[in-house]
Design a protein around this ligand. Structure first.
Ligand code: NAD
Length: 444
């Protein structure tokens, strides 16, 4: 099916403008409900939809999913029978008077293509992590949010959990002193990495999946194969996902960014298990160097990411006592006065235990990551993972996936120019080609 003018239309070209949260609140009055449309309602989309709908001030107006089965559209339609149903997000966006705000919970490659025109229509956007599939798209979503003035939130919900909120407060309060280096990891296996290369042949598209071409969207076309792409297993593929770093980086690096006030790295260097053009790696190590901030010890801050089967930071670099067990995923902030170990997702531990036994850690209570977005859309409060924050975080995470594809090169990053200045190959990987007819409308 050809793309509608929505994808090709210039950003804000239709003259749509965001009704600012404050204006929306005034226009709708105290009893007005935020009308929610959800794109992708199975998998994580289910918790996004139900999380936002938990607000008494939200009415679910529209559901969009390509899969009619029970854990996808079927389940959502049963719970929200009054909502209009769509299989094609472009048809949903063709009816902008029906809704005020959108959750985007599709596989990564379709985040930007859906979120950009939604923002151009003045719709508030909650978009899953990682915010986008390329570094350039992350910059675009940040610009689009600024240009349109809509309320945004990335779906890294653990940012709002008491564990991460408590840890970031501790680091910011200086309990471990200025931070010298950070190690972050996700050593878990990637159970979606079931193949090494693109399988031959095709399977019939099930009747319940209304449009394999629409599922592919902006990505290069290929035949449908059962259990290889849809659902969940798309994570294995470079054309649809960002691998383990993309999957967990926006969660696990988030408290590091928030606590230390990081934004763009100066350099990034990656290595991984052998990589072909199609599927992601089995393990990776990515070394970043960030400009120092008032909370870091040196002029620059080294941050190293480790992932894949059993990959943990090397113990001899951590200065931890033998009995301290590292969690399967998390971060270690190494400070001048001690370290903070932050499991993903668990309460922080100050190390060495003996040195901090007198410190009383006060928990910072969780906030509701979903309802706080809905509230902000209605003019009440602000979001914390808005795209002005989540854009740069995602850019840094995805720069790591660029570096992995140019192994062993220390890439120099010019954030202002959106450019890798010393590698044309890496610079080319900041963007990707789009399938004809599916090119997004860029800002500027
Ligand atoms: N924040 C978290 O903790 C967390 C956890 C899991 C997944 N995620 C993110 O959520 C997103 C979805 O991941 P998932 O595991 O739920 O994937 P999934 O494949 O299990 O589910 C995706 C859902 O979107 C639907 N869908 C796919 N393409 C669509 C399209 N073009 N239009 C409408 N519907 C479409 C599918 O039918 C399915 O219902 C990803 O970006 C992922 O990174 C975040």
């Amino acid at each position: 099916m050809p793309a509608t003018g929505l994808t090709r239309r210039r950003f804000l070209g239709a003259g749509a403008a965001a009704l600012s949260a404050a204006a929306w609140s005034r226009a709708s009055g105290a009893n007005g409900k935020l009308r929610l449309a959800s794109v992708g309602v199975g998998g994580k989309g289910w918790s996004d939809l139900t999380g936002v709908a938990a607000s008494p001030h939200v009415a679910v107006a529209a559901l969009c999913d390509l899969d009619g089965r029970d854990p996808h559209m079927g389940r959502a339609a049963t719970k929200f029978p009054a909502a209009k149903r769509f299989t094609d997000w472009r048809k949903l966006l063709d009816q902008p008077k029906e809704f005020d705000a959108v959750t985007v919970s599709t596989p990564d490659h379709m985040h930007a293509p859906v979120a950009l025109p939604a923002m151009a229509l003045g719709k508030h956007v909650f978009c899953q992590k990682p915010l986008t599939h390329t570094v350039h798209e992350a910059r675009q979503l940040r610009l689009a949010a600024k240009t349109s003035g809509v309320v945004t939130q990335m779906g890294n919900q653990i940012q709002s959990h008491e564990a991460y909120r408590t840890a970031t407060k501790l680091v910011r309060g200086g309990v471990i002193g200025k931070v010298r280096e950070v190690h972050s990891w996700q050593a878990g296996g990637m159970r979606w990495l079931t193949v090494d290369d693109r399988p031959a042949g095709a399977d019939p598209v099930p009747d319940t999946l209304r449009g394999w071409d629409e599922w592919l969207g902006v990505a290069p076309a290929r035949p449908f194969k059962e259990k290889i792409y849809h659902d969940w297993n798309w994570r294995a593929w470079q054309d649809f996902s960002n691998g383990q770093l993309g999957d967990f980086g926006c969660h696990i690096l988030d408290p590091v960014f928030t606590a230390l006030g990081l934004a763009a790295p100066l350099t990034v260097r990656g290595e991984s298990s052998p990589l072909n053009r199609e599927v992601w790696y089995k393990w990776s190590v990515v070394s970043y160097e960030f400009p120092g901030t008032p909370l870091t010890a040196g002029k620059t801050l080294p941050l190293t990411w480790y992932d894949g089967d059993g990959k943990l930071p090397p113990r001899d670099r951590l200065g931890l006592a033998e009995g301290v067990k590292l969690p399967g995923a998390g971060s270690l902030f190494v400070g001048e006065k001690g370290s903070l170990l932050l499991p993903h997702v668990g309460m922080p531990r100050l190390l060495p235990d003996e040195a901090f036994k007198e410190v009383k850690v006060e928990k910072v209570p969780s906030v509701d990551h979903y309802v706080s977005w809905a509230d902000a859309c209605r003019g009440e409060g602000k979001t914390t993972s808005h795209f002005d924050y989540a854009g740069p975080l995602t850019e840094a995470v995805l720069l790591g996936t660029v570096a992995i594809r140019v192994p062993g090169e220390t890439l120099k990053w010019d954030a202002a120019a959106l450019k890798v200045t010393n590698s044309a190959k890496a610079d080319g990987l900041l963007r990707k080609p789009y399938r004809k007819g599916w090119e997004p409308a860029w800002v500027g």
